[in-house]
Write a protein that binds this ligand. Structure first.
Ligand code: GAR
Length: 188
C-alpha cells in the first residue's frame, strides 16, 4: 500500500477529488492531510472524509524537521501539494526527492514564482491578454514553481473572459487530470 499525504492551504477541492479518486483502492491511499491554515476549507472536507488532519505553524515548518519526522513515522511515500501556499523547505525536499508534486493553475514557466497563486495567476493571464491558460503538474524543489514539469493541459482564454472565468476553466482541468497524473506517478 502506497500512502499519500496532501498539503493544502485553502478550500481543498483538489484534495477532495484526489481522495475520492483513490477511495476504494487497495494499493494507494490518502492517509493524511496537512495544512498551515487553521481556517482552511480543506479541514472540514478531511473530517467529512475521515482523513486525519495536521495543522502546523510557520515556525514548526521552517525551524524544525518535525513535519518530516511525522511523515516518515506515518509511512508516507508520496506528497501532493494541492493549493499549498508555502515554499517547501530543503529538509523536506531532501527527504522526499522526486516524491513531491504540485499543481500550478497556469502554463509554467509563465505566471509562476513567489506571490503567483490562486486568483493572482488568473488576473495575470487576463492582464497579459493570453489566448490560452491551463494547468502544470510538476515536481517540487526548494524554489517556487521551478521543478521539472510532468504534465500540462490547456484551455482557451477568450478576450471577454474575466479572471473568474479563467479560474473555472482551469479548475475543471485540475479536477480531471490531477488525480490521474498522481496515480501514474505513484504506479511508476
Ligand atoms: C488550485 O487552483 C491550485 O492550482 C492553486 O490553488 C488552487 C487551490 O484550489 N495552487 C496555486 O496557486 C499554487 N501556486 P483548491 O483549494 O480548491 O484545491
Amino acid at each position: 500500500m502506497k500512502r499519500i499525504a496532501i498539503f493544502a492551504s485553502g478550500s481543498g477541492s483538489n484534495a477532495e477529488k484526489i481522495c475520492d479518486y483513490f477511495s476504494g483502492r487497495t494499493d494507494v491511499e490518502v492517509t493524511l492531510i496537512l495544512t498551515n491554515n487553521p481556517e482552511a476549507g480543506v479541514i472540514k472536507r478531511a473530517r467529512r472524509l475521515h482523513i486525519p488532519v495536521v495543522i502546523f505553524d510557520r515556525k514548526t515548518f521552517y525551524d524544525t524537521e518535525r513535519i518530516l519526522q511525522l511523515l516518515k513515522n506515518d509511512g508516507i511515500d508520496f506528497i501532493v501539494l494541492a493549493g499549498f501556499m508555502m515554499l517547501i523547505p530543503q529538509y523536506l525536499v531532501n527527504g522526499y526527492t522526486n516524491k513531491i508534486v504540485n499543481i500550478h493553475p497556469a502554463l509554467l514557466p509563465k505566471h509562476g514564482g513567489k506571490g503567483m497563486y490562486g486568483h493572482f495567476v488568473h488576473e495575470a493571464v487576463v492582464a497579459a491578454k493570453d489566448t490560452e491558460s491551463g494547468i502544470t503538474i510538476h515536481f517540487v524543489n526548494e524554489r517556487y514553481d521551478e521543478g521539472n514539469i510532468i504534465f500540462q493541459a490547456t484551455c482557451e482564454v477568450l478576450p471577454s473572459d474575466s479572471p473568474e472565468d479563467v479560474a473555472s476553466k482551469v479548475q475543471v482541468l485540475e479536477h480531471v487530470h490531477f488525480p490521474r497524473v498522481i496515480d501514474e506517478m505513484i504506479s511508476k
